[in-house]
Design a protein around this ligand. Structure first.
Ligand code: GLA
Length: 734
């Protein structure tokens, strides 16, 4: 059964733990009639998923939410409509047939499946993590499904996935194969999604769910996001509130097409069926092969969206992103400054600028490769990963050395999954690109997706990554993917297995990414996909950060960063100060400082006051802001969706330090901002920082010692009132 937790920090959690121990101690209760029902509790510090393994061996869900205080609620065994992982085709429930989590055609053509539990095991993996595996089998077929749950006790995160295998005579076709499909129970449900298009990523929208099915999905094949994140919030009983209310956050670890389907049934239960989007992705599973679905991360809280976000952030910094504790370098990128129009001399002059402002790493973006088909525009060169000898005659190692001479590290841009028809690669291997027979190639940004299901193509992509990153001096990579799939056809896969393509592609992609992380542990990596097209915890395992959007106008970035912050920690969110939108430099700097800070400006053309503002901002970020923002707890204080300004604070884990950001988006009178997360007893020295370019006098509170309780009850009044005013306060506890 579930591991007994080892350490609790809060009295409330200790109280709940006592209840949990009771629960676990009496895990066999009476079921319907006289049949015993075994309870399976999958618990974290504050949340529990309680399942029952009934006398027939059916896994039914009893509860998903707070750790229950007693067992009495579970005396009555539920009917089959509460099956945890519903299967298609063999009867169902007393009054309802749910959307199946699993639909397969067995090798003999039978389209029904029945799953009964044959065993369960919970194993502590370390002091924080436990793994529970429920082994299910179809009584009529050698067809096996394992429901898997990893609990991250302290972070309050449950990771759920499914493993499917069989020993039937031939292939089994998986039509639907959800990662999990839990049932939620409340009076009413509100769904918060994060939709958007290119340059408008992660836009928050909340709606009350009506009976029937609401699906959040993507059909992009090789990137999950762009139009919708594979992450959402479900508020129970009332709309989502920032620091109160019961809710669940869900995030799918998958970079391909996904579907998060919410079915509100006639009995007011909500089933959340989450996983790979089955559209066009029926999978042909050979005997003996284990199909492991991507996992869904779940986090429950009765302290609102804020706590769910902090749970995800803590989990991510510890387990979900690479080197979560490592400070992110201050990047200097040349994309907005030069596009593909540069040469060695120009880049070296940008290194001078990077050195002057104190950047850690210079990231050379798109345009450095291709000779027969030089990459001077997006219509040529992708696939030809050799240095363009006209632009960079001395090569990358020389360039990296020039950066190093100025005390700056060197990083590089790659797009290893793609090919331009105008490339040596396409000339030699036209069949390596995805396409459909008898159809005209559908180009997007003048390029095609390579078919990574073909082993030779996967090795080619690995070669592009490994050769480039093995170049002496390369310490950072931005991995881009600038189109999605619209013609999912493979010349490698047989006609009978064409629908395996996108699943095979994404697993091959993860294989290449995993090899990158293993072979180049010291090369930091950013996931990018035409802006924020690949922002998911499937890819982020292999990356340190992601590129949220090609829209770097700080006015819009306030909202974009706000959206992503619901699931992804600031350390993972690249935030670059640029000139886009023509906003005040201070506003651009202050917005970028609440993420993993960077700069993308033409450093040759800066006025001297701009240069010194940048240098001062970077020094401030490194000395007083970075650690608290990247490792602290985020409190979203005022939403840019509801107020004329956005305000957020980050508090260090020991609550000794905090940073407050205020961004004025429309004119409004200055009012106090109430902070959150501080130690009420502690006195903090409050200091407004980054004052170069600030308008108005520094507020009276700046420089004073104020206790946490006052800062949280009465607030702090910034001088911001006009559009694009902004303020940053650093708080240092006694
Ligand atoms: C994408 C990225 C940009 C930039 C370009 C280069 O659009 O989002 O940041 O790297 O590609 O082509």
């Amino acid at each position: 059964m579930t591991r007994i937790p080892f350490q609790l920090t809060h009295a409330a959690a200790r109280h709940r733990l006592a209840a949990l121990v009771l629960l676990l101690a009496s895990s066999v209760v009476s079921g319907r009639g006289t049949e015993p029902t075994r309870l399976i509790t999958i618990a974290t510090a504050h949340a529990a998923l309680v399942l029952s393994n009934n006398a027939a061996g059916r896994i039914l869900e009893l509860h998903f939410g707070a750790v229950p205080a007693d067992l009495s609620a579970f005396k009555k065994a539920p009917g089959r409509e509460r099956e945890f992982y519903p299967q298609y085709g063999d009867g169902f429930g007393e009054n309802f047939v749910p959307d199946p989590a699993l639909q397969v055609t067995h090798s003999d053509g039978n389209t029904s499946t029945d799953l009964l539990c044959r065993g369960q095991r919970t194993q502590p993996l370390d002091a924080d993590i436990s793994l529970t595996r429920l082994e299910l089998k179809d009584p009529a077929y050698p067809f096996f499904v394992t429901l898997c749950f990893k609990t991250y006790f302290n972070e309050d995160v449950i990771e759920a996935w499914t493993e499917i295998r069989h020993e039937e005579a031939g292939e089994v076709v998986l039509h639907r194969y959800a990662s999990c499909a839990p049932l939620l129970t409340a009076k009413a449900y509100w769904l918060t999604q994060f939709h958007g298009d290119y340059r408008h990523e992660a836009t928050l929208a909340e709606e009350k769910l009506a009976p029937g099915t609401k699906v959040l999905d993507s059909r992009l094949g090789v990137r999950a996001a762009r139009y919708c994140l594979p992450s959402c919030l479900i508020s129970l009983d009332q709309p989502a509130d920032e620091e109160s209310g019961e809710m669940l956050g869900a995030s799918l670890e998958w970079s391909g097409s996904f579907a998060l389907a919410f079915e509100l049934d006639p009995e007011n239960r909500l089933r959340a069926t989450c996983g790979i989007n089955p559209l066009g992705e029926e999978y042909h599973l050979k005997p003996g092969v284990v199909f492991k679905t991507p996992a869904v991360l779940w986090s429950w809280s009765d302290h609102g969206k804020g706590q769910v976000s902090r749970n995800f952030h803590r989990w991510a910094l510890r387990y979900g992103v690479r080197d979560g504790q490592k400070p992110r370098p201050v990047l200097c990128n040349n994309w907005e400054a030069t596009d593909m129009d540069f040469d060695e001399h120009l880049i070296a002059s940008l290194f001078d600028g990077a050195q002057e402002i104190g950047a850690d790493t210079f990231l050379l973006d798109d345009g450095w490769f291709g000779n027969a088909h030089p990459r001077n525009h997006d219509n040529a060169g992708l696939g030809d990963w050799q240095v363009n000898t006209n632009k960079l005659p001395h090569g990358l190692t020389y360039l990296a050395g020039e950066a190093r001479r100025r005390g700056v590290n060197f990083g590089i841009w790659l797009e290893p999954e793609m090919v331009n028809p105008a490339s040596d690669l396409f000339t030699q291997h036209p069949d390596w690109a995805m396409h459909q027979p008898h159809r005209r190639a559908d180009l997007s940004r003048n390029q095609l997706d390579l078919d990574l299901s073909r082993p030779a193509v996967r090795e080619f992509a690995w070669g592009a990554v490994s050769n480039t990153l093995a170049t002496p001096g390369v310490s950072y990579v931005k991995w881009d993917a600038n189109r999605f799939v619209t013609q999912p056809g493979s010349t490698y896969l047989p006609a009978s297995a064409q629908s395996d393509l996108l699943v095979d592609y994404n697993f091959a992609l993860y294989d290449v990414m995993a090899r990158m992380a293993e072979r180049f542990p010291d090369v930091m990596a950013m996931a990018c996909s035409g802006g924020g097209g690949r922002v998911d915890y499937g890819a982020l395992k292999f990356f340190h950060s992601f590129w949220p959007s090609d829209n770097t106008d700080p006015r819009d970035r306030v909202k974009i960063q706000w959206g992503y912050s619901h699931f992804f920690p600031a350390a993972s969110m690249a935030a670059h100060a640029t000139k886009m939108g023509g906003r005040p430099m201070k506003f651009a700097l202050d917005v970028a400082m609440s993420g993993a800070f960077g700069v993308d400006m033409d450093l040759r053309k800066l006025a001297s006051d701009e240069r010194s503002s940048l240098a001062a901002g970077i020094a401030l970020y490194k000395n007083e802001v970075r650690e608290v923002v990247e490792q602290g707890d985020l409190y979203r204080l005022e939403s840019p969706y509801e107020k004329p300004r956005a305000a957020l604070d980050f508090v260090s884990p020991d609550r000794a330090r905090a940073v407050l950001f205020v961004y004025q988006l429309t004119n409004a009178p200055a009012t106090p901002v109430k902070l959150c997360g501080l130690d009420p007893q502690r006195k903090y020295r409050v200091r407004e920082v980054n004052l170069a370019g600030a308008t108005g006098a520094s507020p009276a509170a700046s420089g004073k010692m104020i206790d946490g309780a006052t800062l949280m009850c009465d607030g702090l009044q910034p001088s911001c009132h006009a559009e694009f005013d902004s303020a940053v306060f650093v708080l240092a506890g006694e």
